[in-house]
Design a binder for this molecule. Structure first.
Ligand SMILES: Cc1cc2nc3c(=O)[nH]c(=O)nc-3n(C[C@H](O)[C@H](O)[C@H](O)COP(=O)(O)OP(=O)(O)OC[C@H]3O[C@@H](n4cnc5c(N)ncnc54)[C@H](O)[C@@H]3O)c2cc1C
Length: 380
């Protein structure tokens, strides 16, 4: 990367946004030898990357859009190797545990709904292993499960990481590969001329022939400037964290997981409340009740922290990946499963941005789909 006499910084690729999505792409770019510059607004921005649940989650995703399932599974399949790369480059162990995950059901109707969803996926994809476990089977795998749980679904590709270590690993690994991260930079304007993008942030300017919009909830306004459509909006999730307790849960579940440090995270709420990342007693109580129903021993455990964080959600819940038809070289990359998809972002999206083939699953994920009447239900 270089700076000219006018103080303009040049790079091969500028990535706007230093959250999980931007730094996963940046890491992939830097690994492939691109001179990569990440510009990030800073710590007071809304950041899903600092407030999430840490799941690498495949189970049930894409039952109404099989390409989403394929894309998710392609990332999950690469996660073990990806974690090793991050350890090798940045020296940070993200604590990946990927031996499958459970989705608990509290009624026979929930069991049936779950079975139908996973069977639909298996019918569409062929190779989609899953198991439905009744209460006795489940107790054999998870001895501390509560009596209110009537059964669970299990898929073997699910896992979890420490999400804060993941963000740190991505930053460290990108830098170790020569990428540069600049914080405290709020991009206001993007101009396109003669095959180059000029990015303005206050008095500072940055130029590159390729640009990636990975600014989370900041994407809609940036996308418009380069002929892209990225109508993402906030969706709040609230999370509870307990004191450290002895290991009791080897597997992640959709609403309770024990971290590598011994704390227990409880969550899985979804609310459309705009740019409001506060917590509410009502939702936290519901999350806690469900956690205690799942594992009754949690009633004895002290809670030490709670927070709200904003998901980056498109209208149908699926990601948006697109190169601008009007300004080739400008890409938008945004999704609401930035942990799960980090491996695919680094290992499959980055080569596309550098001029390689677009990954085959991605054709359906353009932002332009929202310019038509097509509507999917929320992906989960
Ligand atoms: C409660 C909760 C639980 C979740 N659980 C999981 C999970 O278990 N598994 C999973 O896969 N995903 C999960 N997610 C989703 C995951 O956290 C997000 O997909 C991911 O963090 C999105 O990363 P991002 O980089 O797109 O956005 P963000 O983390 O929001 O980062 C965007 C960055 O862009 C920067 N920015 C914005 N505008 C500008 C601008 N104009 N100029 C410069 N920089 C700018 C900001 O500073 C920010 O750092 C969860 C999310 C939440 C909220």
């Amino acid at each position: 990367m270089s700076q000219d006499a006018n103080g303009v910084t040049q790079a091969d690729v500028i990535v706007i946004g230093g959250g999980l999505v931007g730094t996963a792409v940046a890491y992939g770019l830097a690994r492939n030898g691109a001179d990569t510059l990440v510009l990030d607004q800073g710590d007071d921005a809304f950041r899903a990357s600092r407030g999430n649940f840490g799941l690498v989650w495949v189970q049930g995703k894409g039952h109404d859009l099989p390409d989403y399932s394929r894309w998710t599974r392609s990332s999950a399949a690469r996660w073990a190797g990806f974690a090793q790369m991050l350890l090798g480059d940045g020296g940070v162990d993200v604590q990946l545990r990927q031996q499958g995950g459970f989705h608990m059901c509290f009624s026979d109707d929930e069991m049936l709904e779950r079975q139908t969803r996973l069977q639909t996926l298996q019918d569409a994809l062929g190779d989609y292993p899953f198991q439905m476990l009744d209460a006795a089977d489940l107790k054999a795998r998870l001895p501390l499960i509560g009596p209110a749980v009537v059964g669970a679904s299990y898929t073997p590709q699910d896992g979890h990481v420490n999400p804060l270590k993941l963000l740190r690993a991505l930053h460290a690994s990108t830098q170790a590969r020569g990428g540069r991260l600049i914080g405290g930079v709020q991009v206001d304007r993007i101009d396109c001329a003669a095959g180059e993008f000029c990015v303005t942030a206050g008095q500072r300017r940055f130029i590159a022939p390729r640009i990636v919009l990975a600014a989370g909830l900041g994407n809609p306004g940036l996308a418009r400037q380069v002929g892209l459509h990225a109508p993402v909006a906030p969706n709040r999730g609230q999370v509870l964290v307990s004191e450290r307790v002895r290991p009791f849960l080897d597997y992640p579940t959709i609403n309770v997981r024990q971290t590598d440090e011994g704390t227990v995270q409880l969550g899985d709420s979804m609310e459309e409340v705009g740019f409001d990342d506060r917590t509410t007693t009502e939702v936290l109580a519901k999350i806690a009740r469900r956690g205690v129903s799942t594992f009754p021993l949690l009633s004895q455990v002290r809670l030490v922290r709670a927070w709200g964080a904003l998901r980056v959600m498109s209208p149908d819940g699926f990601p948006i990946y697109q190169q601008s038809p009007l300004h080739p070289g400008a890409f938008v990359v945004t999704c609401h499963s930035g942990v799960t998809l980090a491996a695919a972002h680094a290992l499959r999206i980055a080569p596309w941005i550098m001029g390689g083939e677009q990954p085959e699953e991605l054709g359906v994920f353009t932002g332009d789909r929202f310019l038509t009447d097509k509507v999917f239900s929320h992906a989960h």
